[in-house]
Design a protein around this ligand. Structure first.
Ligand SMILES: [Zn+2]
Length: 185
């Protein structure tokens, strides 16, 4: 068990450094947007409707997916599945299948993680205060299962000025023409 933690530590530290690094694109910080980080309202974790036991999560998720979604882990940048995916489609939660993001809102942030300037709908994700690693960040979790997806920062592009910095392993990409019951087919 101890060996396992020591092995993960460098990965976590790399992840935190890279997550806090500025993206390479230039952004305008003087834009107007009506989004305000509301993490203060969520300093207690809400009760999420989609529930599984730890044993059930471990059964349906790979060890990497479990570490990220259920243990708030961070994957390594630039080597993950979707950071440079430019295909047309949507990203759903690996834990419960809830739709989260649309490729129309994905942009090249230069961080090495899939980045979006908005979720499909604000109600699909929940912001939580994250005080780990001696920082105050805004964690993003799935509003259905509570699975950890990543963090949101205020250095994103117009029109929102937000950067939803997500873990690929927390999501599954579905091409537009494969979306079940999609009206856009
Ligand atoms: Zn979910």
């Amino acid at each position: 068990m101890h060996k396992h933690i020591l092995y993960l530590l460098p990965v976590l530290l790399i992840g935190v450094f890279a997550f806090t690094a500025s993206p390479e694109i230039t952004t305008d910080h003087n834009h107007d947007h009506d989004h305000e980080f509301n993490h203060a309202k969520n300093d207690t974790v809400p009760d999420f409707p989609y529930k599984k036991t730890e044993a059930e999560w471990k059964e349906i998720l790979t060890p990497t997916q479990y570490r990220i979604l259920r243990k708030k882990g961070t994957e390594i940048p630039y080597t993950n599945e979707y950071f440079d995916n430019t295909e047309d489609g949507i990203y759903v939660c690996r834990g419960c299948g809830q739709e989260l993001y649309d490729s129309n809102h994905k942009y090249k942030s230069g961080t090495g993680w899939p980045s979006f300037w908005k979720p499909l709908e604000d109600s699909l994700v929940v912001e939580l205060e994250d005080r780990s690693f001696f920082m105050v960040r805004t964690e993003i979790v799935c509003s259905n299962c509570g699975g950890h997806l990543g963090h949101v920062f205020d250095d994103g592009p117009r029109p929102t000025g937000l950067r939803y910095c997500m873990n690929s392993a927390a999501m599954e990409f579905i091409a537009r023409n494969k979306i079940p019951d999609s009206e856009s087919n």
